[in-house]
Design a protein. Structure first.
Length: 173
């Protein structure tokens, strides 16, 4: 039996929502919540970003690529400000801000249609289909979550325990 476009779109969106909201987001929060304000804004050098910068960047990216693009809202992103910030927000404030954006993104992903996934968009100067925009945002979130996880491990010296369910062979136990 062949899969229809609607079924395929549903599978893609379900997978995207699961990865973003059930994997990356809870793990990112677990990494960031215990960090102090100094740790949130720590940078190993001027060429690197802090956890705070990365959270601001994720907020801007999800807003731009999912919320604004699919809602056909004006793009008000100030990308350079995401990287130039050097403090001022706590872990709680940063996570609350990103949480609001992710709630908006969830509403968008819950209502997307096949036509919207196939429609052309111009986002951040790139031409992309809706499918590309969703994939970009989820992939981009995972990339920066990994950086945040690494920084949290450096700063705390703790194994965050995200993969304790895996045995020594790397398989689910």
């Amino acid at each position: 039996m062949a899969t229809t476009g609607t079924e395929l779109a549903s599978l893609f969106l379900t997978s995207s929502r699961n990865t973003l909201f059930n994997e990356h987001w809870p793990r990112l929060k677990a990494c960031v919540e215990p960090l102090t304000v100094d740790q949130i804004w720590w940078r190993p050098n001027e060429a690197s970003n802090s956890v705070g910068n990365l959270i601001l960047h994720l907020n801007g990216n999800v807003t731009q690529w999912i919320v604004s693009s699919f809602n056909r809202d004006e793009d008000k992103r100030e990308r350079p400000a995401e990287f130039s910030a050097v403090g001022g927000l706590t872990a709680t404030e940063l996570l609350e801000r990103l949480g609001v954006t992710l709630n908006e993104a969830a509403k968008v992903l819950d209502r997307l249609t096949v036509d919207e996934l196939l429609a052309p968009y111009e986002i951040q100067g790139y031409k992309a289909r809706g499918l590309d925009a969703v994939y970009h945002a989820v992939d981009h979130f995972g990339l920066h979550f990994g950086q945040i996880e690494y920084i949290a491990k450096i700063l705390t010296g703790k194994d965050l325990g995200f993969y304790k369910e895996l045995d020594k062979t790397g398989r689910a136990s």
